[in-house]
Ligand binder design. Structure first.
Ligand code: NIG
Ligand code: FE
Length: 414
């Protein structure tokens, strides 16, 4: 007997009289549909269009209806680059920087990422979960329905797996989709100082295989930088990722041009992230491979960077641009994705429409999830946000004001 639901099965939820920013229709800014309705069944979007065009029968039989009173609905927001799980914080290093030390100097003298590695190793799984849960809650309050979380503050077998388990647990306990990224090649572990190549072998041959076998890895990242790993070492990590069929992405050209972004794109990376020092001449290579440029205005701001990412070249080459928080203790102690929209506009001169695409459609692509989330389209997962405004530009414009009204996650009001 067929298990299929009858075609006329009533819709679960119907939101009416909304302004829909679908983020996918080319004919209007933000893919806007005015006086619109959107219908949900079994956690998916099953209908959307003008309220006047609603099929009568379905409108009559849908039990749960919400009048949106002309307010805006967007796709659920996606933060496609975070380091949300970590121990301690780096407020004292912030103070050191304001007294004259540079981010690189602090890193070279054993602080920086390694100080967070020590604090993370010293933290229990429960403590890591609790501190990350509080940060994550701030993102959820602003309409985030998907978040990527990286490892990279453990740098040994037990602690990398511990971080990834915490990330997975956050996705199981909270109403949010968590995508995990293995960032074992974030910095050389304290016990491998002076032996970077041996450390990369350890990451590729021991830690990544174990994390993958435990089902904890959705993608693999690395930090390509003069204070971290060179392109050759990154290539070894990517080859290991590919042997497990895992997608790759890269922290590239954040502080200097290491030719990491070009390497990552040629190897089929989902995204290259930061890229302030990416040469405009290399952007064509990023475009050619369909790689997403993930811009991280929080780190740009917090490190008082002055070198801008090659925005004009990204636009000219039609590279999809995503925006993310990079939430981490050292370079972006940020717990607001809406603030990143504001910063993307003021610091990088993105338009509010580009910024919103950066945390919806293009962020989904940066995670390889564009078939499921990121736009309002029939067949996609019903992740969406109703805002206390009808103007999408307001999401980028306000600073410190949260206009989030109601969030739907996988078809359920959160
Ligand atoms: O994305 N760039 C490398 N990793 C992080 C910062 C890590 C840290 O300072 O703890 C980033 O900026
Ligand atoms: Fe990062």
């Amino acid at each position: 007997m067929s298990q299929q639901a009858p075609l006329n099965k009533p819709w679960d939820t119907l939101w009416l009289n909304a302004r829909l920013a679908t983020m996918c229709r080319g004919d209007t800014p933000y893919g806007l549909i005015e006086d619109a309705a959107i219908a949900i069944r079994d956690g998916k979007i099953v209908w959307l269009g003008a309220t006047d065009d609603l099929p009568n029968e379905q409108r009559r039989t849908c039990q749960q209806q919400l009048d949106c009173q002309g307010q805006l609905i967007t796709p659920g927001l996606i933060d496609c680059h975070t380091h949300l799980v970590y121990g301690g914080n780096r407020a004292s290093e912030f103070e050191m920087r304001l007294n004259g030390a540079s981010y690189q100097q602090i890193a070279r003298s054993g602080g920086g990422i390694l100080s967070t590695v020590n604090a993370t190793r010293d933290s229990s799984e429960a403590a890591l979960f609790e501190s990350a849960r509080m940060r994550l809650q701030s993102f959820l309050n602003e309409g985030v329905t998907t978040v990527e979380i990286k490892s990279g503050y453990g740098l040994d077998l037990d602690n990398e797996l511990k971080m990834l388990r915490v990330a997975r647990a956050l996705g199981e306990k909270l109403p949010v989709q968590v995508v995990t990224t293995f960032l074992g090649a974030h910095a050389t572990a304290p016990e491998y100082q002076g032996a970077d190549d041996e450390f990369i072998s350890f990451i590729c041959e021991s830690v990544l295989p174990a994390a993958t076998a435990a089902g904890l890895v959705d993608a693999v990242d690395a930090f390509c930088e003069n204070i971290a790993f060179n392109a050759e070492q990154v290539e070894r990590v990517f080859k290991a990722a590919k042997s497990f069929d895992l997608p790759i992405k890269l922290h590239a050209e954040q502080l200097s041009d290491q030719q990491g972004a070009v390497l990552a794109a040629r190897m089929g990376a989902l995204s290259v992230d930061h890229i302030e020092f990416l040469s405009p001449d290399d952007v064509a290579v990023i475009a050619e491979h369909g790689t997403v440029a993930v811009l991280l205005p929080g780190a740009f701001y917090f490190l008082r960077e002055t070198q801008l990412p090659p925005i004009d070249a990204l636009r000219e080459n039609a590279v999809p641009i995503a925006i993310a928080s990079d939430s981490n203790p050292g370079s972006s102690p940020v717990s607001s994705l809406l603030l990143m929209l504001s910063m993307a506009c003021t610091l990088f001169k993105l338009t509010p429409e580009e910024s919103l695409a950066g945390v919806t459609r293009n962020a989904a692509k940066a995670l390889g999830l564009q078939a499921e989330i990121g736009t309002l389209e029939v067949g996609k997962t019903a992740n969406m946000v109703l805002w206390n405004t009808s103007n999408p530009a307001e999401l980028s414009y306000s600073i410190g004001h949260n206009p989030c009204n109601t969030v739907m996650y996988r078809g359920q009001v959160r």
